[in-house]
Design a protein around this ligand. Structure first.
Ligand SMILES: [Mg+2]
Length: 283
């Protein structure tokens, strides 16, 4: 062990990558998780590279970085952020889907336009129907999406999270809207966000561009999204009880993480102890 590790200010020595979910981990609704910014600073000083992966498709990466600063006082580069909207954009490009009818936010439409997907209105036939969180959802939008899918358009979902946590409870998430379109069209979507392959491809590409050790951890609050993502990727995982999951008894058996913490504040010690145990095993 070197001295710099003991005071948590070492830096330099690459430990690996930690992929963070945001909502319920670093902030909850509009409020920070107490101590999150300090924990992030300690992990950075310990030599961890940090990435931020969110199923929220209603913000650009730069806007997500701004939210992290505004809500939690955490400074990150937009390049360290991956959103489900970006995963949809790369899926459409990879599959030659050049036009889309979008149920989603203006920012999701902008993300798709950035990769030259044409956003087409409800009176035209699209290559794809993209469904994400849309706070101005209408009956007519569901109807046009379902008709287009039945006529052969690809059905693409940003994510299937049923709800989003807020300070006053849970609001409907993208998964609720996707379920309506699935019911009306009789089809199941290709899903791009966590825990699915398009998002994993994007995050993996980021990780391989970083000068890091080989250890990758995923930290999140939703077992079926975040822990499933880690297991799909072959990464180790930490579930935090600061968000949507309130007790370990609520974790499905096939989605048990490597560690459970009450909040991200415990993470630096957990990872340090884990590394020491592993090196003791190896030694
Ligand atoms: Mg979350």
């Amino acid at each position: 062990m070197n001295m710099t590790d003991q005071d948590g200010k070492g830096g330099g020595q690459a430990q690996g990558t930690i992929v963070f979910d945001l909502d319920g981990v670093l902030y909850l609704g509009n409020a920070p998780i107490a101590g999150a910014a300090e924990a992030i600073a300690i992990l950075t000083a310990q030599g961890w590279q940090l990435l931020f992966a969110t199923n929220n498709s209603s913000k650009t990466p730069r806007a997500v970085a701004d939210v992290l600063y505004d809500r939690a006082g955490i400074v990150v580069d937009g390049d360290a952020v991956v959103t489900s909207g970006m995963a949809v954009a790369s899926y459409l490009v990879d599959h030659g889907l050049r036009s889309a009818f979008v149920i989603g936010s203006p920012e999701l439409r902008a993300t798709l336009e950035e990769v030259s997907v044409s956003i087409i209105p409800h009176d035209q036939a699209p290559d794809a129907v993209v469904v994400g969180l849309d706070r101005s959802l209408t009956y007519a939008k569901i109807g046009h999406a379902a008709r287009s899918i039945r006529r052969g358009a690809a059905f693409i979902a940003t994510n299937l999270d049923p709800t989003i946590p807020t300070a006053t409870g849970e609001d409907p998430g993208a998964g609720t809207i996707v379920a309506a379109v699935a019911k009306a069209s009789g089809r199941a979507p290709v899903t791009c966000g966590k825990p699915h392959q398009p998002m994993l491809d994007l995050v993996s590409a980021k990780i391989s561009s970083l000068p890091v050790g080989n250890s990758v951890w995923m930290v999140g609050d939703r077992p079926e999204t975040d822990i499933a993502f880690a297991k799909h990727a072959g990464w180790r995982s930490v579930l935090t009880l600061s968000g949507i999951t309130k007790a370990t008894s609520a974790i499905p058996e096939h989605l048990i993480p490597d560690h459970v913490v009450r909040s991200i504040v415990e993470l630096p010690d957990i990872l340090k102890n884990d590394a020491e145990k592993r090196s003791a095993h190896e030694g």
